[in-house]
Ligand binder design. Structure first.
Ligand code: ZN
Length: 137
């Protein structure tokens, strides 16, 4: 079940340059910067109430974010919904005929489990499901 909007992903060429807007113009505070190897990005997180903005800077020319910026420019990239059960969330999407980018969750920022749906199946909005990692006792 989707429990909330977790974050909004924004593609930027340079975190250093983009931070100036979020920090100086909006007055937000950068909570942390993290490199996400699986996505070839460096991410900066800004907390607003209960949700985060996730600024994404590519770390390689074949990063999905680099390709996105090349074709569409900087800007809105994806919306992420938090799920309390990402596996059944993906099953539900598949059963409803949705095309997936990730059939199985991968490890994303903050070691969360993440999976992307295909934007062609989600009316142009790249959609991410994310969930807390499963704890092994
Ligand atoms: Zn995300």
């Amino acid at each position: 079940m989707i429990t909330k909007i977790d974050h909004i992903g924004i593609a930027v060429r340079s975190l250093a340059a983009a931070r100036v807007f979020y920090e100086n113009v909006l007055g937000l505070q950068c909570e942390k910067i993290e490199e996400v190897a699986s996505q070839k990005v460096r991410a900066a997180f800004f907390k607003i109430g209960d949700i985060h903005l996730e600024l994404l800077e590519p770390t390689a020319s074949d990063s999905p974010i680099a390709r996105f910026i090349e074709s569409k420019g900087e800007g809105f990239h994806h919306i992420a919904y938090k799920s309390n059960d990402i596996d059944s969330q993906l099953d539900q999407a598949t059963e409803a005929g949705c095309k997936l980018i990730h059939e199985e969750p991968i490890i994303g920022a903050g070691d969360k489990l993440v999976a992307f749906l295909h934007p062609k199946s989600s009316h142009g909005i790249l959609t991410e499901f994310c969930a807390e990692p499963k704890r092994t006792a």
